[in-house]
Write a protein that binds this ligand. Structure first.
Ligand code: UTP
Length: 483
């Protein structure tokens, strides 16, 4: 297909500039099957190309593949961290933080923001990750689990917590339908707001847009950092302000142990008048492949595992602990005014190239399922805004209490480990309440336990509510009967 003949397309006069820019960016192969498409298919393809900035994609490809990544400029040092409280003084500080956070929750100043726009490719399911059945006994979905935590927190503090959920074009409809068909899990539909992030085309290793049918360009969501732009462009930030929200509790949809709107974390964030705060877990071993939070030129910075020098990776403090061990678990508090200031900056978030295996059709129209990485997705990361943060709190939490993400079909970070981690956490809560819960040689609870967030949100509530004479027989489901 030639540019001249595309421009002659009488039925699509408004699209001339898109045809032109696709040709100028050497992406005209996307019109290879144009003459064979029916009107509906042409409309679909044109709809896609009208959202694509071809020159921008060319620039991203060039920047991410042809230029050598600039090494980190400046000297890194370990950041200040609020450790898990042990001493009575630390416990007193945590208690004070909690009171402060609870007060803000009661006033309705905290919104929950769940990013759920990812494609969950490692999990290998076409359905949105949030719909995945995950609890050990009743198989509640991730969405229901989070909804019940929000519900229980609202009841506890006699408040309403607005819930904002970012999806993407590829999973928005199913996610929203899922909420509707489950009556919003008992929450008020007006407190829940869905919005979508931007999609970008996926390119091959030569920078050419991939297609998976003659009329469809492969598109992919622009990373969890896409939430920053989407909050403004979709009017969400204004909506939050109208509702009286001052700070956002950000989390990812796939962490089953998430402590939603944790009042202690909120309180520390408020006390320091922080712009953005992070929860971290201590890295288990030097080689663990997690992003590490460091201080760089006076600002917080997330450093990739691969960017850490060997010397820094193995460096230890006098007490023998790893010097750089603050592993981010992607749980943040973000101040709304800080976001407003961030929008004054041009393009605050860079795009990174993620090399993936993506199915496509070749020039003959044959479907290809690659065995090696053949494609590049462009994604921005939420933590890249750290460089604009002047005041940020870093709070350490225990991995087995707060972090168990579902990423893979099996093995580490899979549904199996998520269920195990939930059962183990519930087992520890019950033991605190005086109930005997046996474990195997690996320290895992024998049997299966589920505690609904509506029964108890934490150890303290379990201790108050549970029957201390209860005998655990290897299967326990603590829930609240619907009234
Ligand atoms: P991951 O980076 O783990 O991606 O996202 P994923 O989509 O869940 O899984 P893979 O990599 O395709 O296997 C971490 C969190 O960020 C969200 C995800 O939904 C998840 O909650 N996310 C990721 C978005 O909201 N948008 C994106 O573009 C990417």
């Amino acid at each position: 297909m030639k540019l001249d003949s595309m421009i002659q397309e009488k039925d699509y006069p408004g699209y001339k500039r898109y045809f032109r820019s696709a040709f100028e960016a050497q992406q005209h192969h996307i019109f290879r099957w144009w003459s064979e498409l029916n009107a509906e298919e042409k409309k679909h393809l044109l709809g896609q190309i009208s959202t694509i900035d071809f020159q921008f994609i060319q620039k991203l490809f060039h920047e991410n593949t042809q230029q050598v990544a600039a090494p980190i400029q400046g000297k890194i040092s370990p950041p200040q961290i609020i450790n898990v409280p042990h001493s009575s003084f630390e416990k007193k500080l945590a208690h004070e933080a909690r009171i402060r956070g609870e007060d803000s929750l009661r006033k309705g100043e905290i919104a929950v923001l769940t990013v759920a726009g990812g494609q969950g490719t490692r999990l290998g399911s076409n359905r949105p990750k949030g719909t995945l059945p995950i609890t050990p006994i009743t198989h509640k979905s991730l969405f229901r689990l989070h909804a019940e935590k929000i519900h229980a927190t609202q009841q506890k503090y006699h408040t309403c917590i607005p819930w904002f959920i970012m999806t993407s074009e590829s999973n928005d409809f199913i996610s929203q339908t899922f909420f509707q068909s489950h009556q919003f899990f008992g929450l008020d539909p007006k407190q829940i707001c869905f919005f979508t992030q931007k999609m970008l085309p996926v390119v091959d290793l030569n920078g050419k847009l991939l297609m998976d049918s003659p009329s469809n360009i492969v598109m992919s969501p622009n990373g969890h950092g896409g939430v920053i732009v989407a909050l403004r462009e979709k009017g969400i930030l204004n909506d939050m302000k109208r509702r009286g929200v001052k700070n956002i509790f950000y989390h990812q949809v796939d962490n089953v142990l998430i402590k939603i709107a944790d009042p202690v974390f909120t309180g520390y964030h408020l006390k320091d008048n922080a712009e953005m705060s992070l929860k971290i877990v201590k890295k288990g071993r030097p080689e663990e492949k997690v992003g590490i939070v460091v201080s760089l030129n006076g600002h917080l910075h997330m450093i990739e595992y691969s960017e850490l020098s060997r010397e820094d990776m193995y460096a230890r403090n006098e007490n023998g602990a790893l010097k750089y061990n603050a592993g981010s678990i992607a749980v943040h508090m973000i101040n709304i005014d800080f976001l407003e200031r961030l929008y004054q900056k041009n393009n605050p978030l860079p795009y990174h190239a993620a090399f993936k295996k993506v199915s496509y059709i070749d020039e003959h129209g044959n479907a290809v399922k690659p065995h090696n990485n053949n494609a590049i997705k462009f994604e921005s990361f939420i933590f890249d805004i750290l460089k604009y943060v002047d005041r940020g709190v870093i709070m350490e939490v225990l991995r087995d209490e707060e972090f168990s993400p579902v990423k893979n079909t099996d093995g580490a970070d899979s549904p199996v480990t998520a269920k195990r981690d939930m059962t183990n956490l519930f087992g520890r809560w019950l033991r605190k309440a005086g109930i005997s819960i046996p474990t195997d040689t690996h320290g895992n609870v024998i049997g299966c336990i589920e505690i609904s967030p509506l029964f108890a949100l934490d150890e303290e509530e379990v201790c108050l509510k549970v029957d201390k004479h209860m005998q655990y027989t290897g299967f326990l489901n603590l829930h609240v009967n619907p009234s």
